[in-house]
Design a protein around this ligand. Structure first.
Ligand code: PMP
Length: 446
């Protein structure tokens, strides 16, 4: 392609043209195949061109593509909400459908605020979130996120949000600290932050149960989220679990928080909700929050043109039906174990692999210059970007990122393949990744 009028992510290079997808494979214009090792950005949970999802989309478009939610609801929206609520943590009673993850975060923040206004606590306005987190790119969601690099140039435009430490055992758990003590220390930090702000002025604490786009599948230490829940409960602060990336089965349970033993007040979901077949996200809300608004003003003062889009809901319902019918949560657990075993075998002793982590089919690899000191590579080398380029050259999609570690950029690779990935494809994924990492490191050193 010689010229493009699409404003691509890179304003200097045009990516290959994707023309076809099948299962875990995407094909470009020249017929080259790419193994989708990251599901795009942890989106394509069923892989590409799933016949059942296609059939549901065809049926819906033959009936009705769209009806504005000021006037109508639709069958697919009602059925999808019922399905998501049925499988949700206790007390979650409603789904509010938007078009993606950032919109879900924006809606969750406004729902939290309206809940407090309508229950007579208008002084609650502070939002607390964590450093090294990502919650979206709209201004509100960007403000909540703690990714220093993404925020930097927009900082003057962002609403104030307090950031506390992430739960990142590989880097931050002290040598003389048990995981329980580390979790307790972080809960105390949250308590102190609430105290400093005035606990009666805090509205919400926002966290990803498994951190995705800034650190590469970082799970919390056992008990961390239970302690965080206690701190929030003590002060009446709403806990918003951002499951945009880690939710909808990615870690082996439909909602990632199920494995933490806590019930959030609001859960945001997107990505795997529609599996990439349509743009869709949602806020899953506790009954008492919905009831407060029902009994108060009677409506949620928020909305977009494409709320509850019928095509998006139909596609998403089909995705969720296939996950249930084909027992894909079990498959995520077995294939996830297989992926971990393969990564440990191929990269566990690698001199520049510091950590292999994650849960289910949501795995991260952290690259370091020195395993003993955990020293990161010079950020100017942009190792993560080189890994992505070498992986693409080998026909593999992985999601690389440079998170901010100790004020420096670190390098991670996130893996989130479709739930249907086979053993043979896991072998190919691991071999191609190992080879891309080696090629990228040699190139960076040259
Ligand atoms: N929250 C999390 C945890 C995410 O990973 C993302 C996307 N990477 C978002 C929110 C924003 O979602 P979207 O890109 O669909 O707006």
């Amino acid at each position: 392609m010689t010229s493009t009028r699409v404003m691509h992510r890179s304003l200097r290079a045009t990516p290959p043209v994707a023309v076809r997808g099948q299962g875990v494979w995407l094909y470009d214009q020249s017929g080259r195949a790419y193994l989708d090792g990251s599901g795009g950005a942890a989106v394509s949970c069923l892989g590409h061109n799933h016949p059942d999802v296609q059939a549901a989309m065809h049926a819906q478009i033959d009936a009705l593509a769209y009806a504005h939610t000021s006037f109508f609801t639709t069958e697919p929206a009602e059925q999808l909400a019922a399905r998501l609520v049925e499988d949700a943590p206790a007390g979650i009673s409603h789904a509010y459908f938007v078009s993606g993850g950032s919109e879900a975060i924006e809606a969750a923040l406004k729902m939290a605020r309206q809940y407090y206004v309508e229950t007579g606590q208008p002084e609650r306005r502070h939002i607390v979130a964590r450093r090294q987190s990502y919650h979206g790119n709209t201004l509100g969601a960007l403000a909540v996120g703690g990714n220093a690099w993404r925020r930097a140039q927009f900082a003057p435009l962002l609403i104030p949000v307090e950031h506390v430490s992430p739960c990142y055992a590989y880097r931050d758990q002290q040598a003389d600290e048990t995981p329980e003590q580390y979790g307790e220390r972080l809960a105390q930090e949250l308590e102190q932050t609430f105290q400093r702000l005035g606990p009666e002025t805090v509205m919400a604490f926002v966290a990803e149960p498994v951190v995705g786009a800034t650190s590469g599948a970082v799970t919390a230490v056992p008990g961390y989220f239970r302690r965080i829940r206690e701190v929030c409960d003590r002060h009446g602060v709403l806990l918003i679990a951002d499951e945009v990336m880690c939710g909808m089965g990615r870690t082996g349970t439909l909602y990632a928080v199920e494995q933490e033993g806590i019930v959030p007040d609001l859960i945001t979901i997107a990505k795997g909700l529609g599996g990439g077949y349509q743009p869709i996200g949602a806020v899953m809300a506790q009954e008492r929050i919905v009831q407060a608004m029902q009994q108060g003003s009677g409506f949620f003062q928020h909305g977009h043109t494409y709320l509850g889009h019928a095509m998006a809901c139909a596609a998403s319902l089909a995705v969720q039906n296939v996950i249930r019918r084909d027992h894909l949560l079990e498959r995520v657990r077995t294939q996830g174990d297989g992926l971990r075993r393969r990564l440990e075998h191929a990269l566990g002793q690698h001199p520049h692999v510091g950590d292999i982590r994650g849960r289910g089919l949501f795995m991260g690899v952290e690259l370091v210059q020195d395993r003993a000191t955990k020293q990161t590579f010079d950020p100017a080398l942009t190792l993560h970007a080189r890994i992505k380029r070498h992986a693409m050259a080998q026909g593999l999609m992985v999601y690389p990122m440079g998170g901010t570690i100790d004020g420096r950029q670190g390098d991670h690779v996130l893996l989130a393949p479709p739930f249907i990935i086979s053993d043979d494809e896991l072998d190919q994924l691991t071999a191609r990744l190992a080879s891309a990492i080696d090629a990228a490191i040699s190139e960076a050193r040259a």
